[in-house]
Every structure is written in structure tokens, then in C-alpha cells.
Design a protein around this ligand. Sequence first.
Ligand code: CU
Length: 129
Amino acid sequence: MRNPRFTFALVLGAALAGSTLLAGCGSDDGGPTGPGSGPTWSTGILGPGGGSAQRTFTEDGSWGYRCGVHPAMTATVNVGPAMSNPESTVVTITSSGGPMRFEPASANVRTGGYVRWINQDGTNHSAVR
Ligand SMILES: [Cu+2]
């Protein structure tokens, strides 16, 4: 016959082990690994005519992101050594003379530097990863 107390202890142990694993999955080691890894961020809504936000990047790598309002708007932040990248970069959100877009679509910044997004368009946008 099974000992109910022993069975309970096994189930509890498995549950605790499971939660530890899940917590590990949520950690951000900053390493350039597979899809879905790397830093995440959201600027929140950047209002038309100059809404802005900035983020400091400590995670080396190329990080694709998109507009949370218009998912077809995509761009990349490339983070690397100070010797070959600027301390800060401005990414303008615009639709002047073309489609709504991040400009530049591929922005470089040094490790520990920051990217500032400025919405110069006439509608809401954001930058999300
Ligand atoms: Cu947008």
C-alpha cells in the first residue's frame, strides 16, 4: 500500500523543482543565443510630434525590435565595444517621404550606451522587444 504522506512529498518536490526551472528560463544572461533570447524592453507609447524614450544597452549583440502599434515596423539595435560604436544613438520614427519606419533601421551603440527614440511622425508609435 502507498504511503500518502510520502506521495505528497514527492509531488511537492517535483513542483518546487519545476518552479525553479521556470525562474531560470526567465533570466537574462545577455548572451547572443537563439530566437526569443536577449533583452526585452518597451518604450510605451511615444506620442506624435516628439514623444521620446531611451534605453541603456548592456547586452552585446544584435537585437531586433518592432513597433508595438505597427508590427510591420521593424529595426535592429547593434550593441558592441566602445572603440567602434557611439556612446548614444538617436533613432527617429518617421513617415516622411516613405512608409512609417525607424531611422536608421540598424542603429549601433556601445556597450553601456543608450538609444533614444524620438517620434517625429503624426501618430502613436513605440519600440518593443
Ligand atoms: Cu508604429
